[in-house]
Design a protein around this ligand. Structure first.
Ligand SMILES: *Cc1c(COP(=O)(O)O)cnc(C)c1O
Length: 497
């Protein structure tokens, strides 16, 4: 069965490889699979597979125009010793919940799960489609995507990668990781604005015909490494199936027993992948969407009203400081009965009025989701409580998932086994984590002293990604206004307007 990819805003339909190459549809819509393929293999069979085998089994169902040889080569190149454990995504039980550790890749956040394979998928897709232009990856980041994308695309022939991050919206470690990035084809700029400003400006550049032509004249084309690219979403489906398979293998669930999945959410990509896993037939009951103080998604699930007209708050979970969750568009499209015209109208309202309201029948389509949010205090208290009870240390993003899940379980009495997506290593947000666990220990210390504290507290080894930034020289120093972003791109590429 051939799966095609349709735009959420028009009748455009392309192959998987074309969708990966394009990133975003020309009408501004996101690509969605024409159909969700089913997990036809018995779960026991999946439980016996390695991460790589399972990745092939799941991804081959979505990326139907890749040959077996092509896809297996992509998977082998991506999920190798760049990960610090052969399990790739280990599952750890602590205080009755299962933490799916998605941070064992080279930049120690879950973005590595998809961004270590995206460059392989994209260069394969370029070859398949006879694309001879240089691929320019344009990325807005709330902190983790940018680094993971650069690590993935560093010195990949035929590509340039350009990353924009909000100057005051990322952690010290995140910023240091980005500005020390190596590679002749990597470019980074801090912008004076927040993540939504950066993401919206990047989307505008994708849709700017004149800019596109100028690039084409210079032998370049844009693509995206943000989670709007279907090549990000599909690899993320894999680890939810893997998590279930591990639970089954350990005897923690019976075959077919439903689980809940809690995901600390920003751009709605990670949780959407969990939803796709459920739609494939994975036994999942509730998808718990956990937000920080920027609780626009919680309010949406409560009321059916998506309203971004509110103050943007900087929190200790910066990768979730987002008011425009791009991937929600894919869910809206589905809830609207795959009606591109309706979906496009909602997105127009969002762009023009900052708000849209879905219908009651669309809300009925969202029963699998449950929204929740946690304040800074609840987040910190939860991190501390988990540590004191079990010795297990989680980061401030996973902490939001943790706090929301614990409150949900208490309020509903739902005792369904729950997987919590653990999206970053605590080392990446060491300052906030040490402050959460023992504020006195954090006082007056610089970022690397805090990392030393965390090592003592957690008893876990310092990841290579951290050791690396202790000494790596700064290579990127560009700072720009949002309006200057197109000029910055041309400057990086050496193109004169
Ligand atoms: C990106 C990110 C998130 C949010 O994921 P989305 O797919 O954007 O919802 C959560 N935690 C961390 C650590 C991240 O890097």
């Amino acid at each position: 069965m051939q799966i095609m990819y349709r735009s959420t805003r028009s009748e455009t339909e392309v192959t998987a490889s074309k969708a990966i190459l394009m990133g975003l549809s020309e009408d501004g819509g996101l690509f969605v699979p024409s159909e969700i393929p089913q997990l036809t293999e018995p779960l026991q069979e999946l439980a016996a597979m390695s991460y790589q085998e399972l990745a092939y089994t799941v991804m081959s169902k979505f990326l139907t125009d890749f040959t077996e040889e092509e896809l297996r080569a992509c998977i082998a190149g991506a999920y190798d010793s760049k990960f610090d454990t052969p399990a790739i995504a280990p599952l750890k039980e602590a205080d009755g919940a299962y933490y799916l550790e998605l941070f064992h890749g080279s930049t120690i956040a879950f973005k590595d799960m998809a961004l270590s394979i995206l460059p392989y998928l994209m260069t394969t897709a370029a070859k398949k489609n006879g694309e001879d232009k240089k691929i320019v990856i344009l990325t807005a980041t709330s902190g983790d995507t940018g680094k993971a994308a650069m690590a993935g695309f560093q010195d990949v022939p035929g590509t340039e990668i350009i990353v924009f991050y909000p100057k005051d919206g990322v952690s010290d470690v995140q910023e240091k990781q980005m500005v020390t990035q190596r590679g002749a084809n990597t470019h980074v700029a801090a912008i004076r604005g927040n993540f939504d400003d950066a993401q919206s400006a990047v989307k505008r550049m994708f849709n700017d015909k004149a800019l596109k032509e100028l690039l084409a004249e210079n032998g370049c084309r844009f693509s995206s490494a943000n989670s709007i690219n279907i090549g990000r979403l599909v690899p993320q489906v894999v680890y939810y199936v893997y998590a279930y398979a591990q639970l089954l293998k350990e005897g923690a669930v019976r075959e077919g027993e439903e689980i809940n999945i809690t995901v600390p959410t920003g751009n709605f990509g990670n949780i959407l992948a969990a939803y796709y896993a459920k739609l494939m037939g994975l036994p999942v009951k509730k998808l718990i969407c956990a937000s920080n103080t920027n609780r626009v998604l919680f309010d949406f699930f409560e009321t059916g009203d998506y309203d971004r007209k509110r103050p943007f708050v900087l929190t200790s979970s910066p990768s979730m400081d987002i008011l425009i969750s791009s991937n929600l568009e894919r869910l809206i499209y589905r809830a609207a009965g795959n009606a591109a015209e309706k979906c496009a109208a909602f997105m127009r309202d969002l762009a023009e009025k900052g708000e849209y309201q879905i219908t009651a029948s669309m809300r009925d389509q969202l029963v699998d989701f449950r929204g929740g949010f946690a304040s800074e205090e609840e987040n910190f208290a939860g991190i501390r409580a988990l540590y004191e009870k079990t010795g297990y240390v989680i980061d401030t993003h996973t902490g939001i998932g943790n706090a929301v899940y614990r409150r949900y379980a208490e309020e509903t009495g739902d005792r369904t086994k729950t997987v919590i997506a653990s999206t970053a290593s605590p080392y990446k947000f060491a300052a906030a984590v040490v402050r959460a666990i023992d504020p006195a220990r954090a006082e007056g210390k610089d970022e690397f002293e805090l990392i030393d504290e965390l090592r003592a507290i957690s008893g876990t080894p310092e990841p290579a990604a951290i050791t690396d930034i202790r000494t790596a020289p700064v290579r990127h120093e560009t700072v720009a206004d949002v309006e200057e972003m197109p000029a910055t791109v041309l400057g990086f590429l050496g193109i004169r307007a």
